[in-house]
Design a protein around this ligand. Structure first.
Ligand SMILES: [Zn+2]
Ligand SMILES: [Zn+2]
Length: 423
């Protein structure tokens, strides 16, 4: 059944149910969920300002379900700092009236779409009936003519038929985006500057890294970096596409500046030479149905040859709040190891992806000059989210727990802003 065929009430209920399906992983600290809630509200605001009411409604509902219900059952909820709780309360206060308004707008939109569909179906049925009637009439006439040829029986008068043209039904055009008179905010400018939130002076235009470029020219071959397919998890019954289609509203594309990879490898070089991993956070904005990564944030961290731990996460959050940035994934080096996600990486990626389905794990395997862009599969998410183990442990890859992230696209024209929080 096409979504438009659903009666408006069920359609809204379906959206609400979709929002309620959000589940939380109790091993992820509630503080991180608060961050996620703030980002969900931020994305909801973007959709609301773009008049994309369905997406805005789902995200706002997710925010409410998380903050008012799910998070309260988290074991460390009562240890949340007062400031975090207050932030959620303030946002909820703002979101409640918006959700009520969205319900009205969506009901109206769904009713109109349903009515158009119904009218169109009715016309189609009528046309089919008329065609059938004409067909039968033709057969009847032919038979009569045959009988006439044998005997000389007169035809009874036939009812008048409609001219053929009157049976052609004009398809009803449903506008992609029905606009109601409710925008509180204007549409953001379409320019990349508006998307990335960077002014000319913000951008690090003086960056040059011929050295890094040369060293990893294999990593960024053209617009799309090479990914070592030999080291990919074996192909199971689940393809990347199937994995992505699990979300009713679809997985959005994530655009990453080409320069990010070389820039990160250069920043990590000192550690890499000492065989120590380095990690960074990918942050950016949502606009017109796609995510654009504009910021690479290097947090305070400690690392070893096969691990890297972020310290003082609150400093990352501060940068993100200041620039209204969403968390879009993470990047880390494997100084000597090959290009893959370790079990520790799987758990880290799971925590990102549970909060943001589009989030990606970029792995720069320096020694073998390879770049991996990975996402967990739906099965991987299920498996890792319920896994209580920490440190390095075994996760089967058949069916695959992660695959190449097909929603990631590289663009040479996106400006990159690097914020290094290390002392
Ligand atoms: Zn790793
Ligand atoms: Zn595990």
């Amino acid at each position: 059944m096409c979504i438009v065929e659903m009666d408006p009430k069920s359609r809204l209920e379906k959206l609400t149910k979709q929002a309620e399906e959000i589940s939380i992983d109790l091993s992820i600290p509630s503080k991180r969920y608060v961050r996620s809630c703030i980002e969900i509200a931020r994305m909801g605001d973007t959709y609301y300002s773009e008049l994309n009411y369905e997406h805005a409604y789902v995200l706002y509902m997710k925010f409410l379900v998380l903050t008012l219900e799910k998070l309260r059952n988290h074991p460390d909820f009562r240890f949340l700092p007062h400031g975090d709780l207050q932030k959620c309360k303030d946002l909820a206060k703002d979101i409640f009236p918006k959700v009520e308004k969205l319900k009205e707008l969506l009901n109206k939109q769904f009713e109109e779409e349903y009515l158009r569909w119904y009218e169109n179906e009715d016309k189609k049925l009528e046309a089919e009936r008329e065609m059938k009637r004409q067909e039968e009439e033709k057969i009847r006439r032919r038979e009569q003519e045959k009988r006439d040829a044998k005997g000389n029986v007169k035809l009874p008068p036939t009812p008048p038929t409609l001219p053929y043209n009157s049976l052609i039904i004009e398809p009803v055009k449903i506008p992609d985006n029905i606009i109601y008179d409710e925008p509180e905010k204007g549409l953001p400018s379409e320019s990349m500057q508006a998307m990335t939130g960077l002014s000319e002076s913000d951008r690090d235009l003086n960056w040059s890294n011929d050295k890094g470029e040369e060293k990893v020219k294999k990593l960024v071959a053209g617009a799309r970096p090479d990914v070592n397919r030999a080291l990919k998890p074996s192909t199971g019954p689940l393809t990347a596409e199937q994995n992505e289609n699990s979300n009713t509203l679809g997985l959005k594309s994530l655009w990453i500046p080409n320069s990010l990879i070389n820039r990160f490898i250069d920043i990590a070089e000192k550690n890499t030479l000492r065989n120590i991993e380095t990690c960074g956070v990918l942050a950016g904005k949502l606009g017109f149905g796609k995510f654009v990564c504009s910021h690479l944030i290097i947090p305070e961290q400690t690392g070893t040859s096969d691990s890297c731990v972020t310290l003082k996460e609150e400093n990352i959050f501060e940068v993100q709040d200041k620039n209204q940035l969403l968390t879009l994934g993470w990047i880390h080096t494997h100084p000597t190891q090959s290009c893959f996600l370790s079990s520790v990486d799987l758990h880290t990626q799971c925590s990102y992806q549970l909060l943001m389905p589009e989030a990606v794990a970029l792995v720069c395997a320096i020694k073998c000059d390879e770049l991996g862009c990975f996402r967990l599969t739906d099965l991987g998410i299920q498996e890792v989210a319920k896994c209580q183990l920490s440190g390095f442990h075994y996760h089967s890859n058949n069916p695959p727990t992660y695959l190449e992230a097909t929603n990631v696209k590289f663009d040479p024209d996106i400006p990159l802003f690097v914020i290094d929080l290390r002392k």
